[in-house]
Design a protein around this ligand. Structure first.
Ligand SMILES: [Mn+2]
Length: 193
């Protein structure tokens, strides 16, 4: 499986920085993408987002739920965040997702994927954090997004995009579906055999 990844983050109106952050990690056998939406917006939210970015960049190749559990402990002194983490295995196309809070994931696929985030806030979560498993096929499109975007969106036209062209599509997508008074962001992943 090969991946093209495009992303775009638009800070809340009147803010220069965002509490949304997207982390794309090329692991040895998989691609790992995290969508982070820190509560609130502006400088304070951005500082927490950078702290979470450092944490996620430094984690080993664990399952998404294991990373979320560790992050939940690590950011307990902060205002907290919604975080969704997905891991796609290059060879098999197996996808694992774990999410807490209102970041979303949708997949346009030839198969059904039941991935969703549980209610809650990372940094304040006490219940069980679990992985949801599925599989990805040739041509599938994955969109992960913050709650600054409406979840009632149509999938954009995507075919054989580069990371650059997919980032342009991601930008248009944020402008079409984003809310002005929240940080709005999305990451789009095109999967090809
Ligand atoms: Mn938000």
């Amino acid at each position: 499986m090969n991946f093209s990844v495009g992303e775009y983050i638009r800070p809340c109106k009147d803010e220069k920085v965002s509490g949304d952050i997207i982390i794309v990690k090329e692991l040895e056998d998989s691609l790992q993408v995290s969508m982070v939406d820190v509560l609130g917006h502006g400088d304070d939210a951005h500082a927490v987002a950078k702290k979470i970015e450092r944490f996620l960049m430094s984690t080993e190749a664990l399952s998404p739920s294991s990373i979320l559990k560790a992050l939940n402990k690590d950011i307990q002194s902060t205002r907290g965040a919604a975080v969704g983490i997905c891991n796609i295995h290059r060879e098999s196309g197996a996808i694992t997702y774990s999410g807490i809070g209102n970041t979303g994931i949708r997949i346009r696929s030839s198969k059904v994927f039941g991935g969703f985030s549980k209610e809650g806030v990372v940094g304040q979560y006490t219940r069980s954090i679990e992985d949801i498993e599925g599989s990805i096929n040739n041509g599938d499109i994955i969109i992960m997004y913050s709650d600054g975007l409406t979840s009632r969106f149509n999938f954009p036209q995507i075919s054989n995009e580069t990371n650059e062209s997919l980032s342009v599509i991601a930008r248009d997508f944020v402008y079409e579906y984003g809310k002005e008074f929240d940080d709005s962001s999305c990451v789009i992943i095109e999967c090809r055999k």
